[in-house]
Design a binder for this molecule. Sequence first.
Ligand SMILES: C[S@@+](CC[C@H](N)C(=O)[O-])C[C@H]1O[C@@H](n2cnc3c(N)ncnc32)[C@H](O)[C@@H]1O
Length: 358
Amino acid sequence: MALCARAPAAAFPKLREGSRRRTRCRASEAAVPVAEEGRLERPRWSGETPLSKIVGALISFKPLYNLMKVASRQVIISTAEKANVPWRVMSKEILESDVYQLFDELRNPNLVYPDYYLNPFHAYEEGNLSWLAASEAEAATMSIAKRAIPDASSIEEASQRVRGPWLSAIENHHLKYSGNKCEIKDILDIGCSVGVSSRFLAEKFPSASVVGLDLSPYFLAVAEYRQRKEGRKNQIRWVHANGEATGLPAKSFDLVSLAYVCHECPARAIVGLAKEAFRVLRPRGTIAITDNSPKSKVLQELSPVLFTLLKSTEPFLDEYYLLDLEEALRSAGFANVTAILTDPRHRTVTATVPFDKI
Ligand SMILES: C[S@@+](CC[C@H](N)C(=O)[O-])C[C@H]1O[C@@H](n2cnc3c(N)ncnc32)[C@H](O)[C@@H]1O
């Protein structure tokens, strides 16, 4: 397990001094730059505020919603294309590949989808259950990294500046609370989508076995297509299941990661995901949840056009912002709950399973 790696210096070259504080960390820990917090607990456009209700009413007006869906998709695609992400080429490659065979190999035909998952999502009528969504997911992930770090000079730099501090926050937490007693040998990446987060985890912890789990068999088929194409050494195993009831053995993982999953889920599902993570983690294991930070200054100051478009394609954003995630983890049994703003938009919340877990 890579316990002492430092995040690459080039990962955060352009954060201004005034816009960050450094965490104090032990000599062996990677420094995690902390982005600036806003003054509020959560953005005014979220939760149950009058502004949030007005936006909700606009979105519920179907003709307007249809326009917003198109506009929102356009914002993501144009951010990607301006940053030289070959969106259409990437999607075409997947759609014209033999990915369809992999779908049959990976799909669990007995899986019952939770009802929230069957909503239209991210401007896709069939949500995450479609080939179009699966073929565009990696390009969309790149576009989102670029939006998070607009001053990055390339997509690679933006991805590093989003993923590097997240991985360092996980490593630091595990080192601090479990490092002497619990090596990271088994990792579960819940909501792995097309496998981007699973690959980052596998690279950070090269001696660990990684399982990527998702509700979308389309996304998992793309993850496996990519893995075969790259010929990875430490192969990631993909599991088609609900993260709230994985069917995986109890106490079988040292790290459970949920990257950018919770903002897509209603509060009851987030609570279910935390409970299931607690069950599958070994004593001294670590959970790491990274996602939009309600305290992010950038998100609190988002323009009305952007927050309206964002909310139009994310049906559970209000529930996510209202939930006290740290308290939900404590209620599930976790200790050492720690939250840190790991980039200008996202927080990473980490916590430990107590050593005397029964
Ligand atoms: C934004 S994507 C995650 C991206 C990925 N983790 C990364 O960092 O690149 C959110 C994923 O969560 C998955 N998801 C949502 N609810 C889930 C659940 N209950 N169990 C498993 N996966 C779920 C969705 O299918 C989707 O692929």
